[in-house]
Write a protein that binds this ligand. Structure first.
Ligand code: CDP
Length: 213
């Protein structure tokens, strides 16, 4: 079973995807980490984030095993990720890795921006996870503060708005709810309630597919 979970920054899709994957015994890929790693590597090597060809070369050399670096979770890496993610050349390099991951024996859970629309349009289940920008900023602020990263909630909200706008308006694979994706608005849900809602939506989608034959 392939489960695609897309949504804007800090919507909770990463945490949900992790819990859904462990519940169903499936491997999980946080595809945002791939873009974050390309952004980080480009910055480290002094590569211009607006240079499509040069950042695609960085993507081609990405060490896929090295996605555990806590540095990847910072706001700076998120901003760099969303800048390199605009380049079709960068996305093309990362596409095959994501598809290969999804096509493992048991299937997988992938979360990102374009999983249900571009990476796995044939996914068995598609969820679009969202929440208001203010609630997403409040959650991300708590998450970063808990890790000892000094930020203000206003700065986090501003970063989220910039990335939402850039991710939604780019020419290639923009952030978009697939027509066949179920919407999960977590604005007023605790993480446990959102998890139960996600399981219910997955159950509904798979039993619908079963009935269809
Ligand atoms: O955790 P958060 O939602 O803040 O960000 P992320 O999922 O780690 O993604 C970081 C950035 O990578 C996003 O702002 C997108 O620009 C880009 N991204 C993408 O273009 N396509 C994906 N499938 C995943 C992430």
């Amino acid at each position: 079973m392939i489960i695609a979970m897309d949504g804007p920054a800090a919507s909770g899709k990463g945490t949900l995807a992790e819990r859904v994957a462990s519940h169903h015994g499936l491997p999980h890929l946080d595809t945002g980490l791939l873009y974050r790693a390309v952004g980080r590597d480009a910055l480290v090597r002094g590569v211009d984030l607006d240079d499509a060809e040069a950042t695609a070369e960085v993507a081609a050399k990405l060490a896929f095993a090295m996605l555990e670096d806590p540095e990847l979770r910072t706001a700076g890496a998120g901003e760099a990720a969303s800048r390199v993610a605009r380049h079709p050349q960068v996305r093309a390099v990362l596409l095959q890795y994501q598809r290969d991951f999804a096509k493992g024996d048991r299937g997988a859970v992938l979360d990102g921006r374009d999983i249900g629309t571009v990476v796995c349009p044939e996914a068995d289940v598609k969820l679009f996870v969202t929440a208001t920008p203010e609630v997403r900023a409040a959650r991300r602020f708590l998450e970063l503060s808990a890790r000892g990263i000094a930020v203000t909630e206003e700065a986090v909200l501003a970063d989220i708005r910039v990335r939402d706008e850039r991710d939604s308006t780019r020419g290639v694979a923009p952030l978009l709810q697939a027509p066949d994706a179920a919407l999960l608005d977590t604005t007023n849900l605790s993480i446990d309630a959102a998890f139960r809602a996600a399981l219910d939506l997955i159950e509904a989608a798979t039993s619908r597919a079963g009935r269809a034959g």
